[in-house]
Design a protein around this ligand. Structure first.
Ligand SMILES: NC(=O)c1ccc[n+]([C@@H]2O[C@H](COP(=O)([O-])OP(=O)(O)OC[C@H]3O[C@@H](n4cnc5c(N)ncnc54)[C@H](O)[C@@H]3O)[C@@H](O)[C@H]2O)c1
Length: 316
């Protein structure tokens, strides 16, 4: 485990970033930059981190931050999230996910950052029937997928050309505590919000579609491992390599929330052509990672977190 480092986490008040901050803050000095456009200060409560409510596009602030703290390690998670939001506002998506990522890499290079980890997404693969391995040709289908791939390509350029020790991690649907439901959020918090209100879970498709769900603590472990042992310029899938049907997920969530059988078919989202999503996780496994949390166990932990933290929410 990384220790004794000065670490910057962008987007550290968000879902994955706050779980990463929790894992790293005991043995390191952790700084978080987040504009709270999607994240929550509460996600960091009680953690010994220095928090800055700032936009990563604020160039003057970011330059000052890097020059003052000379981070050893940067985990770049801030992003305009995700596919639907990028369809609604592709220019914001490019500005935050594309241009600001490039500027961050420039600062990392200028101020001698030793490790840079960029959070990419499985959506860069597009529609693939079968396991997605890192060697597949990317086929991004939304502005978000395009800019996530763009970020990866900048990471590779900075690694190959400037010698920056930078890697990308491609998250497959991560779930767990600290992800609040909202209009642009993932299926699991949306389903929990509906199930707890005893409303039907709306399935945007046939329900036979599959996704590859990874519990956030496992995803965080893999991300830290990629920082420690990943090869510069490379990308690593972070997924459980388990396929789960959306209807099966809905049933499990309904069972936890006492909302059995309450599902409803909704219209498929126009941009969503992904009927199967399954990671080939052998590359990150070769570095020594294995997902520990089974879906049932992770969903129970997520449900317990909802019960304690999410009061009277809307379903987004
Ligand atoms: N959650 C997943 O399943 C998943 C899957 C694939 C990829 N990812 C990627 O992982 C990263 C983290 O995802 P997450 O689920 O934690 O998302 P999140 O939205 O919870 O976290 C992102 C954080 O970035 C902050 N942010 C957004 N724009 C900002 C800006 N301009 N300046 C400063 N902060 C800003 C938001 O307030 C938020 O707290 C993202 O880069 C995302 O693209 C996540």
């Amino acid at each position: 485990m990384i220790s004794g480092q000065r670490i910057l986490i962008t987007g550290g008040a968000g879902f994955i970033g706050s779980n990463l901050a929790k894992a790293l803050c005991e043995k390191n000095t952790v700084y978080v930059v987040d504009d709270l456009s999607e994240g929550f200060k509460e996600n960091l409560s009680g953690l010994p981190v220095a928090f800055f409510k700032k936009d990563i596009r604020d160039r003057e602030f970011m330059r000052k931050l890097f020059s003052t703290h000379k981070f050893n390690c940067v985990f770049h998670l801030a992003a305009s999230f995700a596919n639907q939001k990028s369809v609604d506002d592709p220019a914001l998506d490019l500005d935050v996910n594309g241009v600001a990522t490039l500027k961050l890499l420039q600062l990392a290079k200028e101020f001698g950052t030793k490790k840079f980890v960029y959070s990419s997404s499985s959506c860069i693969y597009g529609a693939v029937d079968g396991a997605m391995g890192e060697e597949l040709k990317p086929m991004p289908e939304t502005p978000y997928a395009i800019t996530k791939l763009l970020g990866e390509q900048y990471v590779k350029f900075f690694a190959d050309f400037h010698g920056l020790d930078a890697v990308s991690v491609r998250f497959f649907n991560v779930y767990g505590p600290n992800e609040y439901p909202g209009p642009y959020r993932n299926v699991i918090p949306k389903f929990f919000a509906l199930a707890r209100q005893k409303k039907p879970l709306v399935i945007t498709g046939s329900g036979e579609e599959t996704r590859d769900f990874t519990f956030v603590e496992d995803a965080v472990e893999a991300t830290i491992l990629a920082a420690e042992k990943g090869t510069a310029g490379e990308a690593y899938n972070i997924g459980s390599s388990q396929e789960t049907k959306v209807i099966g997920l809905a049933n499990e969530i309904n069972k936890l929330a006492g909302n059995e059988g309450n599902v409803q078919k909704g219209e498929r989202r126009a941009w969503d052509h992904i009927s199967r999503r399954l990671s080939d996780n052998s590359k990150i496994k070769a570095l020594g990672w294995a997902p520990k949390t089974k879906l049932g166990e992770g969903l129970k932990k997520t449900f317990d977190w909802f019960e304690q933290n999410v009061k009277g929410v809307s379903n987004g």
